[in-house]
Design a protein around this ligand. Structure first.
Ligand code: C2E
Ligand code: CA
Ligand code: CA
Ligand code: CA
Length: 285
């Protein structure tokens, strides 16, 4: 029959109650999964253009729940951030990535020097604002035996909407440990230039949304990507392009002087490091 205003309101309420229940259920399952050590890290390799070699990999959290099936990190990371679970999840990711990366083999870089592969770990705003965060990072290094320069922390612009000064201070202390810092999803926030000015960082990661149309001649995205690369280099930072899917994009980025590439062109995120450590001695592009 006819849905009256009242009925619609009742239905809407019922809908949101169902959503709320589902959300609580997922939160409960995620809490249990973290406690039971059921989350995993997958690793997506990073290729250095100068040497045409894998030089590191980004750790990406994965959760497959027995009832809910595989849940996208976009969904469960957001939930974890909203519920405070990100503190435990983030500490687990940091410790696990350091421990696993400590076992990765060495590689020969463009300058012919043997180096350790790098591991990059995503850090949420909530973690970065914790007074204990710098100590957590130092502990993860000591416990794993990983060299500080082998660890890179990725932070996003949205992560620093809060107290820029406190964030900058924490980041500087982390860099004082010898750990490198990357600005993730660069260009997608509304204060990219402020970030470059105020946050101490070593690497800029150009967001995939700029890379998608980079091969289109004179497209706004390709002009902006070139600008970001040149600006970062002028400030002494290196540049990583994320979400590179085609050879054409890789060629354009090489022409623009981009330092490292990440994306399906090289590899999707992988369950173990075995696969990509095998490619260490070989050209990837
Ligand atoms: P992100 O840090 O920007 O990671 C890159 C995302 O792009 C990953 O999605 C990756 O699988 C995907 N990707 C990489 N190359 C390509 C490509 O060539 N094409 C396409 N279409 N996609 C590509 P994923 O694994 O679903 O992770 C989503 C987001 O979840 C991450 O975005 C990151 O913000 C967050 N995340 C994942 N793990 C963690 C974690 O341990 N801690 C925190 N705080 N956030 C995490
Ligand atoms: Ca990232
Ligand atoms: Ca990113
Ligand atoms: Ca992204």
């Amino acid at each position: 029959g006819r849905v009256t205003h009242f009925d619609a309101e009742v239905l809407a309420t019922r809908g949101s109650q169902t959503e709320l229940r589902a959300r609580h259920h997922m939160e409960r399952r995620l809490r249990q999964a973290i406690a039971a050590g059921e989350l995993r890290l997958h690793y997506q390799p990073l290729a250095e253009l100068a040497s045409n070699r894998i030089v590191g990999a980004e750790a990406l959290a994965r959760w497959e729940d027995a009832e809910l099936g595989p849940v996208s990190p976009v969904v469960f990371i957001k939930l974890a951030e909203e519920t405070g679970l990100i503190i435990d999840l983030g500490r687990w990711a940091l410790n696990t990535a350091c421990q696993e990366a400590a076992t990765w083999p060495m590689f020969e870089s463009a300058d012919g020097i043997r180096r350790r592969m790098k591991v990059t770990v995503n850090v949420s705003a909530v973690q970065l604002s914790q007074p204990s965060f710098v100590r957590d990072v130092a502990e993860a290094l000591v416990d794993s035996g990983l060299l500080p320069r082998t660890l890179c922390l990725e932070i996003t612009e949205t992560a620093v909407i809060g107290d820029m000064h406190a964030t900058a201070k924490n980041l500087q202390e982390i860099r004082d440990l010898g750990v490198t810092v990357a600005l993730d999803d660069f260009g997608t926030g509304y204060s990219s230039l402020t970030m470059l000015r105020d946050l101490p960082a070593d690497v800029v990661k150009i967001d995939k949304s700029f890379i998608d149309k980079i091969a289109v001649e004179a497209s706004t995205d390709s002009v902006l990507a070139r600008l970001v690369i040149e600006t970062a280099h002028s400030l002494g930072m290196s540049v990583c392009a994320e979400g590179v899917e085609t050879n054409e994009q890789a060629e354009r980025l090489a022409d623009m002087g981009c330092d490292t590439l990440q994306g399906w062109l090289i590899s999707k995120p992988l369950a173990g490091s075995e696969a990509f450590t095998e490619w260490l001695p070989t050209a990837v592009l």
